[in-house]
Every structure is written in C-alpha cells, then in structure tokens.
Ligand binder design. Structure first.
Ligand code: SF4
Length: 334
C-alpha cells in the first residue's frame, strides 16, 4: 500500500480519520477498505481505487512446518522474498528484504548473484510484514520480531528502512518493540554511524564471516571498501554511544573459514565487551559446502574457552530456499 498517497488523501479528511485508518490497517488487519465500516462509503471507494490494500503474494511452506516463504509481486512486476520463521517458544519472526536483489555480490550469497534492480520503498518493506501479520491474524497470532536479513543491504537503503522501522515500532501501528527488531549489515560504516545517532534501540548485527581481511575480501568484496579494522572501530564507537550488544554473524563454510586457526583469529577480534558471535551453518547455494556439526562444535568450544560469547543459529527452511543467503527469487533467476 502506498502510505504517502494514503496520507495525501487523509489530509482532506477530519484528523480522527488517521487513527481510524491506522487501527483498521494495523490492528484489524483489513485487506479491503470496505471492511473499514467506520469510514464513509465514498472514502472507502476512493481508498480502494487510490491505495488498494491487497498484497500480491504467493506462499510456500517448508517441510519442517516452521518456515513460510512468500514471494511478493510489487506494483512494477518485480518480485521479492520474505520469510516467516515460527519458533517453538511462540515467537514469529519476519525476515524482510530491503532491496530487490543486491549490488554487493558476496560470493556465498544467492541474492548477490542477481545484482541490484532497485531499492524498496518504505511502504514495500511494511507490506512484507503486513502480509505475514494478516496471515498470522487468521491463526490468532501476531508478528513478534523482525529481522532485516532478507534480500539486499539495508544500509544502502537507509532512509526507507528507518521509516519502515518507525511504523513497525509505533504503538498505533504494528507496536513491535525496537529491541525485537534487528538490522543485519555486511559492514556499511556510514550506516552504522547513522544508526548510532538514531534514538531507538534496534539491534545491530554484522555479517562478518571471516576473521581476516584477505579471506573477508575474497568472500565479501565490500571488505575492500570497509576493511576489518575500520569496521570494528565503527562498531566500537557504536557500542560506546548506545551501550548495546552487537551480534557478529559467522557463516560456517567447509574448509574455507571453519578451522581452529580461524577460531583463534576470530577470538582476538571478538574478545571485547558487548561483542557476541552467532555461528550459522552455511546453506549451500552452489559455490561452497556447509561445515559439519562436529567442526561447528569445535569452533564454538574454542571461542567459549577463549572467553568469547558464541551461539549457533538454528537453520530455518533450507528446503524452500528460505534460509540465510538463499533468497534469490527463483522466478527472476529462471
Ligand atoms: S549477503 Fe547480504 S550484502 Fe551480501 S550479497 Fe547477499 S544480500 Fe547482499
């Protein structure tokens, strides 16, 4: 839905209409303006014509029953992917895309192979969450967490991402606590610096994936622009300013970054307050293979012994290509 157009139309209406509309869209989760029965008929009709609420999405369910991927078609016909991960403890996390494709071409990532088509508008980012919020509403449930870990680099579409987060967070919109919203970046330093200045408590995650510049530049060419020491010093400043913990994501790729020598190098970088490592079993996308569980356990144990806080992320949805680094918009790539 085009929120700019919506507010343009509401400008000519009494002020209380904004409250009525927000309640209808974000709490009642209506998908057609005729369901907003407290609005005058003429307004319902003009909103249906100018700002239709329909979100064009196709759903896929993973075999494990916990992962649901949606392929959304945007107004210009481009397609993006969004994933819902349902946890055993009742949380429902939506993994949103911030761009159509991605320009950064990380070697292990399916999205990176597509190149960038365009940035998403903030309304298109909100629609991804609304799509699953409506889906969950039918099951008497709601979205509890949001992660920007889908297609694209969120800090290369900073303004739209922040604007969307404000809607996720506002009590009269989706009312999702900032601490339940995470932005994952490949290491765009200006984005980290800007986020440190924002007045909200969203979580920051850094896709690290390698403990030295040589290997990181091989895997992620963005490292040539923002090398490790500059990135880590930006994170230090972020922590000083916000006092918030930062999560470093580390894909475990067989024979590439998963030896104990790598763990040792990583421990030297991470042995600082409020630094935490999250090991992610790699989801094969054709170039590399995943580390086996024994290797991951050894790697994690090494970090633990060195005094680094480390966890391992459960992998959702490999069978529907909904896992980290697999969002590649099969329709487009075909
Ligand atoms: S890992 Fe993230 S930043 Fe890198 S290519 Fe994929 S989507 Fe882009």
């Amino acid at each position: 839905m085009n929120f700019d157009k919506l507010y343009q139309i509401l400008k000519e209406q009494p002020k209380y209409r904004v409250t009525q509309v927000k309640e209808a869209v974000f709490q009642k989760m209506i998908d057609n303006w005729t369901q907003a029965t407290n609005l005058p008929k003429a307004l319902q009709e003009s909103l249906n014509a100018e700002c239709p609420l329909e979100i064009d999405g196709q759903i896929l369910l993973a075999k494990n029953g916990h992962t649901t991927k949606a392929l959304l078609t945007l107004d210009d016909g481009l397609k993006i992917e969004t994933v819902l991960m349902s946890h055993k403890d009742g949380r429902h996390t939506v993994c949103v895309s911030s761009q159509v494709g991605c320009s950064l071409g990380c070697k292990f990532c399916a999205t990176g192979k597509l190149g960038l088509s365009r940035n998403l508008e903030y309304s298109e980012i909100i629609d991804q969450v609304l799509f699953f919020a409506r889906y969950l509403k039918k099951q008497n449930s709601r979205v509890s967490n949001i992660v920007f870990m889908g297609m694209g680099e969120p800090f290369l579409n900073y303004d739209n991402v922040i604007k969307a987060i404000k809607y996720f967070n506002e009590t009269d919109a989706l009312n999702i606590g900032a601490r339940r919203i995470s932005i994952s970046t490949s290491g765009i330093i200006p984005g980290i610096e800007k986020l440190a200045q924002e007045n909200f408590q969203v979580n920051l995650a850094i896709s690290l994936h390698a403990p030295n510049d040589k290997l990181r530049s091989e895997l992620m060419r963005i490292n040539k622009r923002f090398p490790l020491h500059e990135l880590l010093s930006a994170v230090d400043k972020y922590i000083q300013k916000t006092g918030r913990k930062v999560m470093f994501e580390y894909l475990m790729i067989k024979g590439v970054n998963d030896t104990l020598k790598h763990a040792e190098e990583l421990s030297h970088l991470m042995l600082k307050p409020l630094h935490m490592v999250n090991l992610i079993p790699y989801n094969p996308t054709g170039v590399y293979l995943p580390s086996d569980q024994y290797t991951i356990n050894q790697f994690k144990a090494y970090l633990g012994k060195a005094g680094v806080e480390a966890s391992q992320r459960y992998t959702f949805g490999q069978d529907i290509d909904a896992a980290c680094g697999q969002l590649a918009n099969k329709v487009k790539s075909k």
